[in-house]
Design a protein around this ligand. Structure first.
Ligand code: COA
Length: 327
């Protein structure tokens, strides 16, 4: 029987070389030092919490991380996180290393909840193999994260319809640095949302200042009025709507205007099954495509557990995740 990890320890500044070495094995095509300084150190909602597993002889076996994100839950700002960069070296797989790492994350969340500070839940859509390990550690797979696409004739029909309805007044204006309009849109959008990951000027500026610089934030304007936020990534004629935010009562109309203004021959985006936004996407001509499991890891005693486990509470978008390019 293969042994589980002898030790799980939280990575400190002196462990940076170990973390970078494991990340370089996991994603050899990535400049891991740049990713580390952007995602692990530069996040305005807090530095990454990284756990490393070690064998009896001190060899690092694998790691996982929580990237903090303030999240509005039923009108209260709490400290959530997305999970990411989970990796176990091939020689140590299928002996419970990832499960033990995720259990260490959950134990930390339980401590943080008692102490009243620090990350207290994690959410996201991992690879299926990692979802198995997460579920063993206590994650609940509550819904599916689904991609949507709008292309070809549907794209043309909605553009034409939008122009006839006067939605061509909608413009996207690029954001440059921390912009107070982000906070204003978020404050209005948060009023009617059960769960909404916080967009604030510093967070929004940081999120799109990524190593690849592939994604860009915009304010959505109708005439001179700011009606929403969005973020886009372009590749050839394809456009990914990596973020979209508007007050609930104007969500659908603003989404149509922003989608028409985004350009491109094909648009793609994601949201979670059960989200009110999923219906709006279909009404705006986006067709449902492939999906993967969306999970929440949170202590049983979390005071907002029922909201966190309710698929109807969530609207997860690419910009909530750690991918700095999706196309
Ligand atoms: C995914 C990964 C982290 C799992 O690490 P691990 O230490 O082998 O996982 P565990 O031993 O804790 O697995 C626990 C359970 O998860 C599931 N699981 C793990 N790896 C799996 C795989 N490759 N295929 C299907 N199920 C898998 C199984 O149910 C497993 O229990 P079992 O071994 O009794 O069947 C590891 O395979 C890895 O680093 N893969 C490459 C990078 C990657 O995909 N990272 C995830 C990004 S979200």
């Amino acid at each position: 029987m293969l042994a589980p990890p002898a030790r799980i320890a939280r990575a400190e500044a002196r462990d940076r070389p170990t973390v970078l070495a494991l990340l370089a094995e996991h994603t050899p095509e990535t400049d891991v030092a740049r990713r580390h300084s952007w995602l692990y150190e530069g996040n305005p909602h807090g530095p990454a919490v990284t756990f490393v597993a070690y064998d009896e002889d001190g060899t690092p076996m694998g790691l996982t991380s929580l990237f903090p994100r303030r999240v509005m839950v039923r009108g209260e700002v709490r400290t959530g996180s997305i999970g990411g960069d989970g990796y176990v070296r091939p020689a140590y797989r299928r002996r419970g290393v990832a499960t033990a790492l995720h259990r260490a994350c959950l134990a930390l969340m339980e401590d943080n909840l008692r102490a009243g500070e620090g990350v207290e839940f994690m959410y996201g859509a991992p690879e299926p193999s990692n979802l198995g390990a997460l579920e063993r550690a206590g994650s609940r797979a509550i819904t599916r994260l689904r991609r949507y696409g709008r292309s070809g004739p549907i794209q043309s029909i909605f553009r034409l319809g939008g122009a006839l309805r006067g939605q061509s007044r909608t413009r996207l204006v690029a954001l440059d640095g921390a912009d107070p309009r982000v906070a204003a849109v978020f404050a209005e959008a948060a009023l009617k949302a059960a769960i909404l990951p916080v967009r604030d000027p510093a967070q929004y500026a940081w999120r799109f200042r990524t190593p690849s610089r592939a994604q860009h934030g915009f304010v959505v304007l109708e005439g001179d009025a700011v009606v929403g936020l969005c973020a886009l990534e372009r590749k050839g004629s394809m456009v990914a709507l990596v973020d979209f935010l508007a007050p609930r009562d104007r969500w659908s109309a603003t989404l149509r205007g922003a989608a028409n203004a985004a350009g491109g021959e094909a648009l793609t985006t994601i949201t979670t099954d059960g989200s009110p936004a999923a219906t709006d996407l279909v009404c705006a001509g986006f067709l449902p495509r492939e999906s993967k499991g969306f999970q929440v890891l949170a202590p049983d005693k979390h005071p907002r557990l029922s909201t966190l486990l309710d698929p109807a509470s969530w609207h997860y978008v690419w910009a909530d995740g750690d991918l700095d390019h999706v196309l």
